[in-house]
Write a protein that binds this ligand. Structure first.
Ligand SMILES: Cc1cc2nc3c(=O)[nH]c(=O)nc-3n(C[C@H](O)[C@H](O)[C@H](O)COP(=O)(O)OP(=O)(O)OC[C@H]3O[C@@H](n4cnc5c(N)ncnc54)[C@H](O)[C@@H]3O)c2cc1C
Length: 341
C-alpha cells in the first residue's frame, strides 16, 4: 500500500505546524489536518469590531534562542518586552513569562500571526476532525468524521494531552508502548480557561497598564489591554480571563461572562463592566499542568508498520507555546532523519 504522505500531522497548533515545517525542511512529504477553520489552536486571535483580540495565549514569551529567532522572523510587527506596565501581584497564567532572562512579545496583528507564518507553504487541510485512529494495518490511519481514512507512514498527534487521550481511548488493540504513554498522559490534567473579549464605547480612556493580575480575586486571573498592542486602536479593548479553578466550576454556566465582567468592574473600575460588545470563549484545555510535563516528544514504532509520534505543549519543559514549538520541531527533525524515514 502506498501512503499519500510520509508524515500526517493531526493538529495545526504551534506544535503541529512546527513539526510539519521540520519534516518539510528535511525533504519529506507532510500533510496537516485540523478540525478548526484555521490554524493556530490555542495561539488564537479573534476579530471583534475589526480589532484583533488574543483570547488564548495573550503574548509570546520564551528563552530558547531558536524559538526567539523564529518569533522575530515570523512576526516583524511586534512589541518587544510587552507587557511592560504590569499591575497586581496575582499569579500570571504562565509564571515563567516573568522569570529573569525571559523575553516577551506582543504581536501587533495578533498572536495567531506566529502559527500562520510557520504554516505558510505547508499542505494544511482545515475543517478535518479526526475521530479515531486505525493502527492495525501496515500504515497508520487517521479516521475522519464521515469515515474517510487518511494514511501515512508516520502519524503525529499534535494536540492537547486530553485530546490525544480521546483518540487513543477510541483505538482498538492499542500497542503496548502507546498504552504506557496513555497512562502517563492520564496522570495529568490541563487547566481550563474562560476568556472574554470586551470592546468599550468611544471616549473610554485608555488603561494605564498593559496587563493586570489581581491578587485578591477568585474569579479573575488576567486583564489584558488589547488596544495597547494595536497600531491606531479604534477603541479600548480588554481580554478578561478567569482563574482556572473558577473556570472549572463555571465551564457549563451560560452566565459566566456577566459574572466575569462584574468582577472586572470591581477590580478595574465601573467602566470595565460596561463594554459595548463582547465575544466569549470557553477553553476546556488551556494550559498544561506543569507538574506533569514530559521532557520531549514521543515516537513509537507500530508492530504492524509505521509509527506514531506525539508532541505538544506537554512534551517539552516549561509548557506553553515555547514547549509546543520545541517539541514539534524536535519530533519533525526526528521523522525526517534517514534512520527513521
Ligand atoms: C487562555 C489561555 C492562556 C494561555 N496563556 C499562556 C501563556 O501565558 N503562556 C504560554 O506560553 N502559553 C499559554 N497558553 C497555552 C498555549 O496557548 C498552548 O500551550 C499552546 O498554544 C499549545 O500548542 P499546541 O500545538 O500544543 O496545542 P493546540 O494549540 O491546542 O493545537 C492543537 C490543534 O489540534 C486541533 N485538534 C484538536 N483535536 C482535533 C481532532 N480530533 N482532529 C483534528 N484536529 C484537532 C485543534 O483545533 C488545534 O488547532 C494559554 C492558553 C490559553 C487557552
Amino acid at each position: 500500500m502506498v501512503a499519500a504522505h510520509d508524515v500526517l500531522v493531526v493538529g495545526a497548533g504551534v506544535s503541529g505546524v512546527s513539526c510539519a515545517r521540520a519534516v518539510a525542511a528535511g525533504g519529506r512529504g507532510v500533510q496537516v489536518l485540523d478540525r478548526a477553520r484555521g490554524v493556530g489552536g490555542r495561539c488564537a486571535t479573534h476579530r471583534l469590531l475589526g480589532m484583533p483580540f488574543d483570547h488564548g495565549v495573550s503574548f509570546l514569551h520564551g528563552r530558547d534562542p531558536d524559538y526567539l529567532a523564529a518569533i522575530r522572523a515570523a512576526c516583524p510587527r511586534r512589541i518587544e518586552g510587552w507587557p511592560r506596565r504590569v499591575r497586581g501581584t496575582g499569579r500570571p497564567c504562565q509564571p515563567e513569562a516573568f522569570r529573569a532572562g525571559e523575553e516577551r512579545f506582543a504581536v501587533v496583528d495578533g498572536v495567531t500571526t506566529f502559527p500562520r507564518q510557520l504554516a505558510s507553504g505547508l499542505q494544511i487541510r482545515t475543517g478535518a476532525r479526526v475521530e479515531a485512529l486505525d493502527l492495525s494495518g501496515p500504515l497508520p490511519a487517521a479516521l475522519l468524521e464521515g469515515g474517510e481514512a487518511v494514511r501515512a507512514r508516520h502519524l503525529v498527534l499534535a494536540l492537547a494531552p486530553e485530546q490525544v487521550l480521546r483518540l487513543l481511548d477510541g483505538t482498538p488493540d492499542l500497542p503496548r508502548p502507546l498504552s504506557a504513554i496513555r497512562a502517563l498522559l492520564e496522570n495529568s490534567a490541563s487547566e481550563p480557561s474562560l476568556s472574554l473579549c470586551a470592546a468599550y464605547p468611544e471616549g473610554t480612556p485608555a488603561p494605564e497598564w498593559d496587563a493586570w493580575y489581581p491578587e485578591d480575586s477568585r474569579a479573575l486571573q488576567y486583564l489584558g489591554n488589547e488596544s495597547g498592542k494595536r497600531e491606531d486602536a479604534p477603541f479600548v479593548g480588554l481580554v478578561i480571563q478567569a482563574q482556572p479553578a473558577w473556570a472549572r466550576r463555571r465551564l457549563d454556566d451560560p452566565d459566566w461572562p456577566a459574572a466575569l465582567l462584574a468582577e472586572a468592574a470591581r477590580v478595574a473600575g465601573d467602566w470595565a463592566g460596561r463594554p459595548s460588545s463582547t465575544h466569549a470563549h470557553r477553553w476546556e484545555f488551556a494550559r498544561s499542568d506543569l507538574a506533569s510535563e514530559l521532557a520531549g516528544p514521543v515516537l513509537v514504532r507500530l508492530p504492524a508498520g509505521g509509527s506514531v509520534g506525539i508532541c505538544g505543549d506537554r512534551f517539552a519543559p516549561g509548557g506553553g507555546v515555547e514547549a509546543a514549538w520545541i517539541s514539534g520541531r524536535e519530533l519533525g527533525r526526528r521523522l525526517a532523519a534517514p534512520e527513521v524515514a
